[in-house]
Design a protein around this ligand. Sequence first.
Ligand code: NAI
Length: 333
Amino acid sequence: MKKKITLIPGDGIGLEIMSATVEIINTATNNIEWEEVIAGNTAFEKFGNLLPEHTIRSIKRNKIALKGPITTPVGGGFRSINVTLRQMFNLHSNLRPIKSFEGIESLYKDLDMVIVRENSEDLYKGIEHMSTPDTAESIKVIPREASERIADFAFKLAIKEKRTKVTASHKANIMKLSDGLFLKSCQKISENYSQIKFDDVIVDAMAMKLVMNPHNFDIIVAPNLYGDILSDLAAGLVGGLGLAPSANIGDDAAIFEPVHGSAPDIAGQNIANPTAAILSGIMMLKYIGEDEAASKIDMALKEVLIDKNLHTKDIGGKLYTDEFKDEIIKRLN
Ligand code: NAI
């Protein structure tokens, strides 16, 4: 029986990269039935609602979604749809693999690490107010339960992927209560996994160490905001945002999406790199047990990336999005 997956193309380059990804997945397997729904600006223009009820119902029903980037209007009282979805479906763990690819010009070769980002708490709770007409306050929420859960997720991932070290990133020297609780939670959970090394690095030093010696890290676990920033930084080490996939995992649902946004500066030009979306699709296929299709696409993608003549513009090439997709499909066939 076919597995039904919710497909949200998203905004901007989302439309281009997600249609390429779906065509690639459909070439590799007949086992997926897509239920396409909309969210973000695309939905706002059509229904006057950034996150229509039928989109929410589709994710509730299918429990798995592949999602393109969504434009978040700045200011104006709009809440980020991404943050809303993560909180609505309790997608507490965000997995961001950082891997270098042969053929890609990047700062580092042979990099293979994962950033595990707590995905539902911290400053992303969106609890803000004006304490005086001239002072804005945002409240940072760090619950023990969510911190222990993300730490446990990181250690379980280390075991599953045969990794050796988990590093917690924090700023507990300044935010002694909130980041202090995050660090203590990670330390406590680490005691259950004596076979995995554990250490911690203050987030500002982590930014420097990631740039200078990224091979020293294996799994990094961090609260929401630091995880967000560090994973974009780490994506820059392996060739940029066009190559960085992610998974938002909860107990009852999971949403797979590229790390990058809707890139309005290049939308509609057929030049976006669909690799991050394709890699997110591969993560999704593995998650639902479609391992064969996942590894076929992975091999075809690597074969294309290894050839510099087949790169998209963001990584120094000349190929258009659909030409890049066609090269992958050629190899799948
Ligand atoms: P962005 O990630 O969209 O773009 C940053 C830079 O990277 C741009 O120069 C863009 O052209 C380039 N870029 C990104 N993805 C690329 C790709 N696949 N191929 C080639 N180049 C690529 O970040 P920005 O501009 O800060 O955000 C744009 C919008 O996206 C905002 O509304 C933001 O809120 C939203 N956003 C949505 C996310 C999501 O839906 N998960 C994540 C991040 C941002």
